[in-house]
Write a protein that binds this ligand. Structure first.
Ligand SMILES: C[S@@+](CC[C@H](N)C(=O)[O-])C[C@H]1O[C@@H](n2cnc3c(N)ncnc32)[C@H](O)[C@@H]1O
Length: 277
């Protein structure tokens, strides 16, 4: 946010009067906002800070009240796992798997459909909240094309194999795994472009691929910690603390076997600047 504010200050440096900035942080209600506020710089902060706890797949702010919105590494999370994945007999039944990675086409299509609905909802809500001429900046994980597998998606299959081992050992029931799917997608850039294009209120100013997070390149242990940071909450809600602890102990023990390191897949993302007409 500091970088964005500095850019705006530079742009308006010739204008008379001091600009004031209000940053409103947004995350779901379960987020630890106390830690967020405690981590903000105590001195020299050039903005007023506030927060709204709500899903961005609904309205979060009053009409035309936002000049710049920044969504960082969040739009990969769907509003929910797609319907049908847990319905035995449905074409998208995803028994024994926890994601579309390595799953039948119908499962991938169900995820795509959910992503499409969610993106539409996200942009319809932002269209009301962002003032005319305002911007949305987005950074999210993405792949160059649909044949490319994102590294995090590949890691999910490793977590899946640990869960299946635990089923075989009787630690966990098959039903528990069958009824769980991670609500996360790694869309291809062209799909994101198409979905934004569907909403008339916005125009894409810039959309480019970026190299993935450096945390993913710090070796297998870092990779396991990274995926734990991202997934622990979702896994714990479904499986409980004890199971999740075991999953990550096993992930650390079997890093090599689970080929967290040798995965030769994309760690890319997309950066987009989108303008409200
Ligand atoms: C990988 S973290 C990124 C956190 C932070 N934006 C950053 O860049 O460091 C993804 C965040 O998105 C939040 N998130 C996911 N779905 C959301 C939703 N529907 N509404 C609001 N926040 C959401 C999660 O709670 C999580 O904190």
């Amino acid at each position: 946010m500091e970088t964005i504010i500095e850019a705006v200050q530079r742009k308006y440096s010739n204008k008379s009067g001091q600009l004031e900035f209000q940053v409103v942080f947004n995350d779901r209600v379960g987020n630890d906002f106390n830690t967020l506020f405690a981590s903000l710089p105590e001195h020299g902060r050039n903005y007023f800070a506030a927060a709204v706890a709500a899903s961005f797949y609904g309205r979060v702010f009053p009409s035309s009240s936002i000049h710049i919105a920044y969504s960082s590494a969040a739009l990969n999370w769907l509003s929910k796992a797609p319907e049908g994945l847990t319905v035995e007999g449905s074409p998208a039944w995803n028994g024994g798997k926890i994601h579309y990675s390595g799953a039948p086409d119908a499962v991938a299509r169900a995820y795509e459909q959910q992503f499409e609905e969610d993106m539409e909802m996200f942009f319809r809500c932002r269209a009301q909240e962002i003032a005319a001429g305002g911007l949305i900046l987005i950074i999210m994980a993405a792949v160059a094309d649909t044949h490319c597998q994102h590294r995090v998606a590949k890691m999910l299959t490793s977590i899946e194999s640990i869960l299946i081992d635990m089923v075989k050992e009787g630690v966990l029931s098959q039903e528990r795994v069958d009824s769980f799917n991670v609500p996360i997608v790694f869309p291809c850039v062209e799909d994101i472009r198409r979905l934004v294009g569907k909403i008339n209120s916005f125009e894409i100013v810039k959309m480019e691929m970026i190299k993935g997070e450096s945390a993913m390149e710090g070796g297998t242990e870092t990779a396991v910690m990274h995926i734990r940071a991202g997934l622990e909450g979702t896994l714990t809600n479904h499986f409980g603390n004890e199971i999740v602890e075991q999953v990550f102990v096993r992930a650390m023990q079997h890093q090599q076997k689970l080929h967290f390191a040798q995965i030769n897949t994309s760690t890319t993302g997309v950066f987009a600047v989108i303008k409200r007409n």
